[in-house]
Write a protein that binds this ligand. Sequence first.
Ligand SMILES: *Cc1c(COP(=O)(O)O)cnc(C)c1O
Length: 973
Amino acid sequence: MLEPSPILIPQDYLGECLSQEEFAPTDSFVQRHIGADSHEIQLMLKAIGCESIEEMIARTVPAAIRIKQPLQLGKARGEYELLQELKAIASQNQVWRSYIGAGYYNCITPPVIQRNILESPGWYTQYTPYQAEIAQGRLEALLNFQTMIIDLTGLEIANASLLDEGTAAAEAMTMAAGLAKNKGNKFFVSSNCHPQTIAVVKTRAIPLGIEVVIAKHDAFEFDQNYFGALLQYPASDGAIYDYSEVIAAIHAQGGLAIVAADLLALTLIKAPGEMGTDIAIGSAQRFGVPYGYGGPHAAYMATKEAYKRQMPGRMIGVSKDVHGQPALRLALQTREQHIRRDKATSNICTAQVLLAIMASMYAVYHGASGLKAIAQRVHRLTATLAQAIENAGHIISHTAFFDTIHIQPQGIDISTIKARAATKQINLRYLDNQAIAISLDETVSKQDLQDLIEIFTANSQQLTANSQQQSPIPNSLTRTSPYLTHPVFNSFHSESELLRYIHRLQSKDLSLTTSMIPLGSCTMKLNATSEMLPVTWAEFGNIHPFAPLSQTQGYQVLFKQLEDWLAEITGFAGVSLQPNAGSQGEYAGLLTIRAYHQHRGETNRHICLIPTSAHGTNPASAVMAGMKVITINCDREGNIDITDLKEKAAKYQHELAALMVTYPSTHGVFEEGIKEICDIIHYYGGQVYMDGANMNAQVGICRPGDFGADVCHLNLHKTFCIPHGGGGPGMGPICVAPQLVPFLPNHPFNDDTSDQTDDFANTVSAAPWGSASILTISWVYIALMGAKGLKLATEVAILNANYMAHRLAPHYPILYTGRNGLVAHECIIDLHDCKAIAGVEVDDVAKRLMDYGFHAPTMSWPVAGTMMIEPTESESKAELDRFCEAMIAIKHEVKAIASGEMDQLDNPLKNAPHTAAALLADDWNHPYTRQQAAYPAPWLREHKFWTSVGRIDNAYGDRHFVCSCLPLEAYKD
Ligand SMILES: *Cc1c(COP(=O)(O)O)cnc(C)c1O
């Protein structure tokens, strides 16, 4: 053991982090966020042959792009002090009772779910379940989610979440465009869809050449060639319509019917699948997920099994492991953009796993009868409210409704009603100054109802529940089919049982609470508790996304500061916080470029140059933005082939719209030529889009805005500490240069974007600031670190990657390094040798790492037969060493196979991961010992992470496709 060193940060950084001349807080966060202390930093620097951090940076980052001035972000602050400051900002938000509806409803998060999932690092620090054997817990929870969606919508298959209801509708539209028998380009949208959904769909349609026709659903024209139609069920104003006829009409002309349905309503009204719907989409927010001023929430999509290959997003499927036991994993992966690239019809990558899991647990918690009881109560309250308002002489527009009523006030101005509501701190939905809509939810109390009635009657009334009242749901639309019949929704209704179920699933999953997750490009750094605390504060959580700005002043302060900080960090002029994932940032950024060219009359600029090494979302996003992808070669060092770039930029100079470039490159190197690359694109009239996934190597050292990029997205769930949540939530804000500012996204419910250039208005997310509540995480991170702390984080991230590269290089060749032999914040190790000498695949190494208690790095991307390791700054040297030792020990096992000491086929690598059940079986017929299998490294004696299943057969599951919960018998031998 090393002696603890007295000073935890190098002298140079003492200044602001642990100031001696000022009253700096003693709970300095920088040294907690950064894994290595100053002594370990020195040891690692020495190992890689650098005298100092400065020397290391000078050898990795081209001098031409390094910033000379420190970032203007202020000093690092203590956690205690900062949370108090944030509390003061939060208190500027006013938490009114909101009955605005429009796709967002207040709800009760069961405390057992809030504390043990939403606030539990065992869940929120999980990575996307690519390594299925150590992800069976969240995969089961997601399978429950899919089963719930399948049951409630009455369709055959469902995916494991999408980003929000608006983007789900847009995804459904493009899916229908590909599937429709008629090859029309017209898409029908009912005018009674939620306004933000219409805005997102319209934005998505324009670059794809789709004509969106918005009209009342019964005005659907039967003689047109619509490839699809979108209907809201119940409609945005609350009306419940039987869509069977419209759906039949869409089918008659070869199109697909898409229904955006409310999950709680579906417990009482006929399932969309039973009306012939082809695709159902919607939000699972009201199943226990707070408003969060817009998110994060999980959207869903369900469809017919015949369309499984066209389904966007991730789908969990049932397969089996080597022992023949049912085991779960991501199904049909070849559908995804990382495989299909510019052939992909969707760019979605990070989705909303954590929130889908919460919603599924809400259904597990309540069960079918519990959900139905909630729905019935909400419905009865709504009927009672409607009756009282009608009795007071106002018109209730629709006779059939569930939880939302549309009111035409009589003999009273809307403004008077608005004023009365305001005195009670109540938000209603005001439509065109003529009508009002009110949506009720499970939190509504008798007092709430009384207050609502008083607003319309101006006097207090005694509420009398009318037991004879007819339900305003017509018989023909009453749900008769069962749902949530699977035992999982009927077994865990006591809190003890549910707590244990949640914990049982959690313990099957490896998260950052167990060990480092060195996922290249994904930056699995610390998600500090102080950063997470504010997310569930009521002042941030309980605000409807369309609450007036006057009530969200605290949020506005936070957004403004965060925008300013991100602009300073990237060197750009403007920021949009709307995109709710990196992929959405790419799409939004390319739309600003598209609008910029169009605004200048250069409508023919539609070519997007993308290097072959790019992440699959890049080409997929370019196609969604209406661009054509031309690939640029990379040279042997993994850098952009500048000659090829020049040639193609010149060749397409009249059509060139943009270059998409990742920096540092996906090969983990700061390309020397980045400035020249940007200059070439500008010379030929294009704009440079920088994929900001690797921003963790740049913060405080160089700025994309300075070296020539025009727009970049930031994955706040990578660089800025929003946890991965097992595959979401994320946030992907974009930062842009001055000429692109007028074209940033706007939103129909945000009156603050009136300065945008309307003709090119884009809405990319359902909510104005995307998943607003988790922006608090990044705000806290930046404020806690300050300018110097952030810079140090970047430096240590680069140091850690180089230290690991240094330790692993004798055993696994490092594929790419910069001019001075160093890498950036991640490194690619070459495993071809393992295959050549011992027949060991990358997959075998990944599975064997599980036996050592580790999650594998990124596999075979961006180069086949390799692993990409990104340690981040948050891991201690001890953890880096443990991981390196695991990799080195595995290499020894590979060599033992090569030398014949171990069997070619029956060895610990091919049989990994080893489950307890397999190790404890009565017979053990392998030529190596159980000890070798389970305890190959000393630290495993202290803590052993057991995988719950053996190696999973992926192909079997794709051949026998199942994406809902298996009957219990399947789990018996
Ligand atoms: C993660 C990543 C993306 C996609 O971001 P999401 O938030 O998952 O949509 C794009 N490009 C690169 C290089 C990435 O690593």
